[in-house]
Write a protein that binds this ligand. Sequence first.
Ligand SMILES: [Zn+2]
Ligand SMILES: [Zn+2]
Length: 232
Amino acid sequence: MFQIESIFEWLFDSETCPLCRLNKPLNEPLCLGCFSDLAKNSTPCPVCAYPLNQPDESCPDCYGEWFHFDRAQSPLTYQFPLRELFQRIKQGKNPEPLFWMSQLLAKQIDLSRFGTQPTLIPIPSHPIDHALRGFNQAEIIAQHLSRYLQLPVDRHSIHKQHRTAHQASLNRAERKANLGSTFCCNQQAPSHVLLIDDIHTTGTTFDRAAEALKAAGTVYIEAISICRTPAQ
Ligand SMILES: [Zn+2]
Ligand SMILES: [Zn+2]
């Protein structure tokens, strides 16, 4: 079992870039060269964070759609080298790249629309999937964001009721059917929520979790992820 606290301290104090192993500035997640190599989501749709070509372009991904979350933020796009890193995280059971990704995410999140302190809620995984992988990516990101942003994490309000097929292998219609009423809340949910996941694909997972949270009392939700993919 990796020691998340000690790795966090190492990362925070390290002068070594986790990607290229060259020197990096203290308190920055990466060296300037590696940071500039990441594909930034510089003109995101303000609703779903889809990477637009122009800021005033109408969004091809959420036009005609309605989501239970209020807005989405996703500072990077799912391209090299993030795509390969996420594939390795899922296959190799090594969550370490999530640590610097979370630090980078914390520096990019805009909290200006929250009039009150929001609560971080990671998208839950099913207990069987959690046991098989050994960790839930969303939970690791939420734990790190909590440290950087000094916000509480809630891991108890929402649960995943049954296992589902991997969303990545499904088209949009199949994703909606696949998730159904997967998520449920057993208690009153916080009023203002940053809902956390690693990758934002079509938004169906965020939407279903947000639906359950709003039924349990949440009034405002922003869907936060490290990177955004184009629709499939
Ligand atoms: Zn580097
Ligand atoms: Zn959109």
